[in-house]
Design a binder for this molecule. Structure first.
Ligand code: HEC
Ligand code: HEC
Length: 302
């Protein structure tokens, strides 16, 4: 039948465009970003060292709590955020969950040398005249660094998300996504759609980092989750020379952050996806009706 051949030709052309030409063109114009790699290199060869949390606590008290609060372990902020921003250029994050959200090697590397770990050597160097706001603890032994990591992991294991006792599982998960975002990104980035303002005022951050950190409310839509997974894990791969630091999150923590961006920026995604098959079904029913109607009308001619 003639109509069937026309239909088959159109279907074949659509399929070739959809599965052949479009992905090929897309691949050439926007190469797939490298997938996130959660096995951060072991700069200081700490893998074989077993940390001692008791000694870690002493080291953290002596070296870290002058700048960082660890609310869940009873170390309060030394100064209000506005003063901290003015002193350091970025508000130092609370470290209550650091032992959970950062991958172990990354956390050790970061304490050892934050500029190398964050891939920001092009921003903070002798030539640029800028220094990273946190000192490198490269004078510590691998044992001491792992002691600190062990202590931070011990603290993080006891932290509970801040929700009402009667909160449902779904509400608890949402609160966890929010907390991970706040701890990992919230000192630099705002999320206006969720009422979150970055802890560091944007003009201070811009002056310090050389670029403003954008509000992330709509980035799930403009960049998509594949880009975000790869970007957070290593921004230099996608935006060479950017000021955005590498944030060495664990796979779970990164999933939390991106899910949060989706909950805030694209809350209708599930509705949209569940509507898709209903629309297809509706079109199929109407196509069948149209076919039956056409047969009825042309019956006498054929
Ligand atoms: C002089 C103040 C200062 C001291 C001391 C200090 N920090 Fe920091 N720390 C900062 C600032 C400021 C930032 C945020 C820097 C940024 O994001 O640009 C930071 C960031 C961090 C982060 C976040 C890492 C990331 O990738 O986002 C961790 C973890 C951390 N510090 C742990 C520590 C530990 C552990 C110690 C003690 C061994 C310590 N800090 C000592 C100021 C300090
Ligand atoms: C120490 C501050 C800081 C932290 C922490 C930080 N960012 Fe950024 N981020 C920046 C800055 C500054 C830029 C702008 C970079 C530029 O313009 O080169 C940026 C840019 C971005 C962009 C825009 C990328 C694009 O394609 O334009 C995204 C998305 C992003 N950050 C996500 C995150 C997420 C998610 C986190 C937490 C896991 C995070 N950032 C943590 C400072 C930060």
């Amino acid at each position: 039948m003639k109509e069937m051949r026309i239909l088959a030709t159109i279907t074949a052309l659509v399929l070739i465009t959809y599965y052949g030409i479009e992905p090929y063109a897309h691949h050439i114009m926007h190469p797939e970003p490298a997938p996130a790699d959660y096995k951060f290199s072991d700069l200081k060869n700490v893998k074989k060292v077993k940390g001692n949390a008791v000694n870690g606590k002493t080291l953290v008290e002596a070296n870290c709590v002058a700048c960082h609060s660890i609310e869940s372990a009873g170390f309060a902020k030394m100064m209000p955020d506005a003063d901290a921003a003015a002193s350091y250029g970025v508000v130092p994050p609370d470290l209550s969950t650091a032992g959970k959200i950062y991958e172990t090697n990354y956390l050790a590397n970061f304490i050892y040398d934050p500029v190398v770990a964050t891939h920001l050597s092009h921003k903070y160097s002798a030539e640029s005249g800028k220094t990273y706001p946190m000192p490198a603890y490269n004078w510590m032994s691998s044992q001491e660094i792992m002691d600190i990591v062990a202590y931070l992991q011990q603290v993080a294991a006891t932290v509970k998300v801040d929700v009402a006792d009667e909160a449902s599982i779904e509400e608890q998960l949402k609160a966890q996504h929010r907390d991970t975002f706040v701890n990992a990104c919230g000192r630099c980035h705002s999320m206006a759609y969720a009422g979150w303002s970055a802890l560091t005022p944007s003009d201070v951050l811009k002056e310090h980092m050389g670029a403003a950190a954008p509000d992330l409310s709509q980035y799930i839509k403009s960049r998509g989750e594949h880009y975000l997974h790869s970007f957070i894990n290593d921004p230099q791969n996608l935006l060479h020379g950017t000021s955005m630091p590498r944030v060495g999150l664990t796979e779970e923590a990164q999933e939390d952050v991106i899910t949060y961006m989706e909950e805030i920026g694209d809350s209708k995604k599930a509705d949209r996806e569940s509507l898709g098959w209903k629309v297809m079904l509706y079109m199929l029913v109407f196509a069948l009706l149209a076919l039956a109607w056409k047969k009825e009308i042309w019956k006498e001619v054929h």
